[in-house]
Design a protein around this ligand. Structure first.
Ligand code: SF4
Ligand code: SF4
Length: 298
């Protein structure tokens, strides 16, 4: 039913205390770590951001496109379960959460934890926005998956070298432990400052790390081959060959180029935008930017 209501990905996990918030903001008093006993399962859904704006530029507020769809899908699921007589509560963007969702997505088997701190899925890469529904139904829980994506992250580092705020760890191995889980270090403060430097109050954001990730590609044949071949090759040779191609055949600008032009940047986007997004074709604007990338089609 979650798929019927619009979810692209769906998984189910248990209630993991370590990912339930103890307060709503830094500096507020903790309200303790007791979790309601009737919370039995968490249903996690994922929906991709609109591909064209996501590939194209910082200034297009694509997160809210997917967040909006997430709210609708999970809201319908909540009503559906209510009609069946079960209690549930939405955990939805922008900020109506009582838990942090990406690790729950990992536990629900939707994908793996990526270098850039997001959930990375085999179908959508890191281009996935999440919502959840906590319910009193004792559902069968999915299991975490190991599809070799974290191994890919170990050698790849493209998001880290492309991040305009240097927020992503370049370490060869996960280099920090958060709530008992090993992961790559991530500076959320410097990332958020980059977000806040967007061109307008509504056009804030960044997403360079998502757009440049080799896993973040529409589900086309070449990436299907990659996804199937790499995890099966225990020597790592496929991964190394693919990454050499990725690094050498595709152009990546310096990370600083993604800053706003008032801050020394000079790139309008991560990849070439489609014709319909080229504002200068339709409005009389003084074009001060260059389009970036040679990624057409892939
Ligand atoms: S959103 Fe931008 S600033 Fe934040 S980690 Fe990704 S690339 Fe870096
Ligand atoms: S860009 Fe590379 S290192 Fe970063 S999340 Fe994607 S696969 Fe992992």
């Amino acid at each position: 039913m979650a798929h019927q209501f619009g979810a692209s990905l769906v998984g189910i996990t248990g209630v993991h205390k370590e990912f339930i918030f103890k307060n709503m903001m830094r500096g507020m008093d903790e309200w303790g770590d007791e979790v309601p006993e009737h919370w039995k399962s968490i249903i996690v859904i994922g929906i991709p951001m609109n591909w064209d704006p996501m590939y194209s530029a910082i200034g297009y507020s694509t997160s809210y496109d997917a967040y909006h769809k997430c709210r609708l899908a999970i809201g319908k699921l909540q009503i559906f379960l209510g009609e069946l007589g079960y209690g549930s509560r939405c955990q939805v963007p922008g900020n109506d959460y009582e838990m942090t969702i990406p690790p729950l997505g990992v536990l629900a088997g939707l994908g793996e934890a990526s270098r850039n701190g997001t959930l990375m899925t085999p179908e959508l890469g890191t281009n996935v926005r999440l919502a959840a529904l906590v319910t009193d139904i004792e559902l069968e829980h999915d299991k975490p998956v190991d599809l070799g994506m974290q191994h890919f992250c170990r050698d790849c580092k493209i998001c880290a070298t492309s991040c305009p705020s240097g927020s992503i760890s370049l370490s060869d191995e996960p280099d920090t432990v958060i709530r008992g889980f090993k992961r790559y270090d991530f500076n959320q403060d410097s990332c958020y400052r980059m977000w806040q430097s967007g061109p307008t109050a509504m056009g804030m954001g960044c997403r360079a790390c998502i757009a440049v990730c080799p896993y973040t590609r529409k589900n086309n044949w070449i990436h299907t081959i990659v996804r199937e071949a790499d995890p099966r090759d225990k020597t790592g040779a496929t991964r190394k060959a693919l990454l050499a191609m990725q690094h050498n055949m595709f152009y990546y600008p310096e990370a600083e180029a993604y800053h706003g032009d008032w801050n020394g940047g000079h790139m309008a986007g991560y990849h070439q935008p489609p014709e319909w997004m080229r504002t200068e074709n339709y409005f009389k604007v003084d074009k001060t930017w260059a389009y970036d990338g040679n990624w057409e089609g892939i």
